[in-house]
Design a protein around this ligand. Structure first.
Ligand code: SF4
Ligand code: SF4
Length: 235
């Protein structure tokens, strides 16, 4: 069933219960996000899609449409808040885009461009997180992980459904971990999918790394905003 809601001052018709972030993009309003993937269960971990709904700031991937919604996306304080959230993610890890395998197909980098980030206003933490290359097919560049949990929830052992990736410890001590035994059973297709759904260059497919020349990568050809507004998933 549809209802009328207000999106940045415009009245629109929207399906009750549909994630607000999808409704916005269907009506040409791009809301950046780094954990949400259209069609997949909401993770709500990155908060980069925050908007204001009836006066309250909330992550738009977590909010189903309801009657009487008044949504603000474009207000200057919200635009700056989303940019600040992206800046936090950059300073929390170590990101050196020119030497990164994911550059040009990295959602964090692409969302950084979309939110107008030039440099972070926050001090860099320079965390020390060791790389993990113990598994046969996957290389983990841990200091690029933004803890979105996509790999944790959506990449599972095909026989048992067990999780292959997990997040160990909490807060600034967190690190992404891989179950090497399960990871070594992954098919090439599954490894590629894990690398593709990772929004940053943390999960690297050892067989495919640097397989596409810089300049020909997906967000260099079409911006993340254009892709999302065309209904493309992040995969
Ligand atoms: S993961 Fe993305 S933002 Fe980080 S260094 Fe690589 S390209 Fe840059
Ligand atoms: S490794 Fe990638 S997909 Fe997994 S939690 Fe970290 S950023 Fe997200």
């Amino acid at each position: 069933m549809k209802t009328e809601i207000t999106l940045d001052g415009k009245k629109i018709q929207a399906q009750i219960g549909k994630p607000l972030i999808d409704v916005a993009s269907d009506h040409g309003v791009y809301i950046p996000s780094l954990c949400y993937m259209r069609g997949k269960p909401c993770l709500g971990t990155c908060r980069v899609c925050s908007v204001r709904v009836n006066g309250h700031v909330m992550a738009s991937c977590t909010v189903p449409v309801y009657e009487g919604m008044e949504v603000e996306v474009d207000a200057p304080d919200l635009v700056d808040m989303r940019k600040a959230l992206v800046e936090f993610l950059f300073v929390e890890g170590n990101h050196n885009c020119p030497s990164c395998e994911k550059s040009g197909r990295c959602e964090l980098q692409a969302v950084g461009y979309e939110t107008g980030m030039m440099v972070s206003r926050f001090p860099y933490r320079f965390p020390v997180r060791t790389r993990d290359h113990a598994s046969k097919y996957i290389w983990l560049e841990r200091d690029r992980c933004i803890f979105c949990q996509r790999c944790v929830e959506f990449i599972r052992d095909e026989e048992t459904g067990q999780k292959i990736f997990s997040i160990d410890k909490r807060s600034t001590h967190s690190s992404i971990e891989i179950d090497v035994k399960l990871a070594d059973k992954m098919t090439p297709k599954q490894v590629k999918r894990a690398a593709d759904i990772c929004p940053v260059g943390c999960i690297i497919d050892k067989d495919l790394g640097f397989n596409k020349p810089i300049g020909e990568r997906k967000y260099e050809i079409k911006s993340i905003k254009e892709r999302i507004l065309k209904g493309k998933t992040n995969e």
